[in-house]
Design a protein around this ligand. Structure first.
Ligand code: NAD
Ligand code: UD1
Length: 343
């Protein structure tokens, strides 16, 4: 599946985290050399062992903060970096409502520091982790890259919109920059060998990790947030995309930037939506056991349903998602069992 391309020396911020670690493994498999900068605030060095296990190669890990310009200088001074993949950031929507300044500092301030360091060391390619949260989810479906922006009710979403704007302005001022903005829909699943995955601390915010903990007996039941949406079964519908497909999307986006300048935006989703109850049913099949759930009130801020048009990524990157919902929940469940053995 992975093809070797011209090897590039890369900096991957947040590369010890969930999506970053899968992407680093893919980059190494494709022959690239990777330095990870991660402060391990939401990950552990154990993901480096997982990366080594699945790729047979080692990234170089620097433990540090993306807002530390001197640290960035020490890394980039080594020279010859062909690009940066920028995953580092804070991502919990509810926490961003309670601590907005922290979110702007890390997500926006960190991106500005990174861009300044890239300028100092003449690094010209950047792949940025954005989110479907930038869209107006009341817009016509499926969402295209040109669909209207929304007004996210939280600092997390606004921080992604701000960084997208900053990147647009930077490319406008410096045509030698090449930037890929990847708008992920709902990343789920884990590495098929169960060597890498998401390891939420505390109560998971997102659906699939929560179901996995119910399946493992850590939590008694799933609260389904709303059963009265205008959807076929009344529960919210989202576009779930396997983290391995996302990882491949990054490798292809980087290849694209090696051949094209300018700023490019791509949706990375499955291109279809599943309801909460469809995800529960898929998990029950993978687990071979029922998942207890109770339908409760809607979660404030949740949209009924949205999904991506992924035609632009298919045309320009030759990226189409390969994993099914069944794969996503089967791999999430296998990974949950690995996590349970670690405790
Ligand atoms: P994650 O928390 O697993 O990974 C982020 C990594 O960044 C972690 O390893 C964390 O330790 C590190 N980090 C945080 N602050 C840092 C700092 N100041 N300096 C250095 N490292 C720092 O999250 P993820 O799910 O892998 O998400 C990666 C990116 O994708 C984030 O920017 C996130 O906003 C974005 N994104 C994620 C989702 C999702 O559902 N997971 C959806 C859309 C967009
Ligand atoms: C959430 C964030 C979004 C972020 C994305 C990252 C909110 C409002 N949105 O999206 O900004 O980019 O995560 O993946 O937090 N659900 C339940 N019970 C649960 C958890 C979720 O019923 O315990 C439902 C939700 O109502 C939703 C679906 O499951 O319909 C998916 O929820 P979730 O995984 O949290 O993702 P989003 O809300 O789509």
């Amino acid at each position: 599946m992975d093809n070797k391309v011209n090897a590039v020396k890369l900096l991957v911020t947040g590369g010890a985290g969930y999506i970053g670690s899968h992407t680093v493994a893919s980059l190494l498999t494709n022959g690239h050399d990777v330095t990870i900068l991660d402060d391990l605030s939401n990950s552990t060095a154990s993901s480096i062992r997982g990366i080594e296990q699945v790729s047979g190669r080692s990234p170089h890990l620097v433990v540090g903060d993306i807002r530390d310009g001197e640290c960035l200088d020490r890394i980039l001074r080594g020279g010859d970096f062909g690009g940066v993949l920028h995953f580092a950031g804070l991502k919990a929507v509810g926490e961003s409502v309670r601590h907005p300044a922290r979110y702007y500092s890390v997500n926006v301030g960190g991106s500005i520091e990174l861009l300044a360091a890239m300028r100092r060391h003449n690094v010209r390619r950047l792949v940025f982790s954005s989110s479907a949260t930038v869209y107006d989810t009341e817009a016509e479906m499926p969402l295209q890259e040109s669909s209207p922006s929304g007004h996210p009710g939280h600092a997390y979403g606004r921080s992604k919109q701000m960084v997208e704007q900053i990147l647009t302005d930077e490319v406008g001022s410096d045509p030698s920059l090449a930037v890929a903005v990847l708008r992920y829909f709902n990343p789920v699943g884990a590495h098929p060998e169960a060597a890498l995955g998401e390891a939420p601390t505390g109560t998971p915010n997102n659906l699939v990790p929560y179901i996995a903990q119910v399946a493992a007996g850590i939590r008694p039941y799933l609260e389904v947030y709303g059963g009265d949406y205008p959807t076929p079964d009344g529960t919210g519908m989202r576009d779930y995309v396997h983290v391995m497909d996302l990882a491949r999307g990054h490798v292809l986006a980087l290849d694209f930037l090696c051949a094209h300048g300018g700023l490019h935006k791509w949706n990375l989703g499955a291109g279809r939506a599943y309801s909460v109850l469809e995800v529960v049913k898929a998990f029950e099949l993978a687990r071979g056991q029922q998942i207890p759930y109770r339908i409760t009130g809607r979660r404030p801020g949740d949209a009924a349903s949205y999904w991506a048009d992924v035609g632009k990524a298919a045309r320009e990157l030759r990226w189409t998602p390969q994993y099914t919902l069944e794969d996503m929940v089967r791999h999430a469940w296998a990974w949950q069992q690995v996590l349970a053995r670690r405790v």
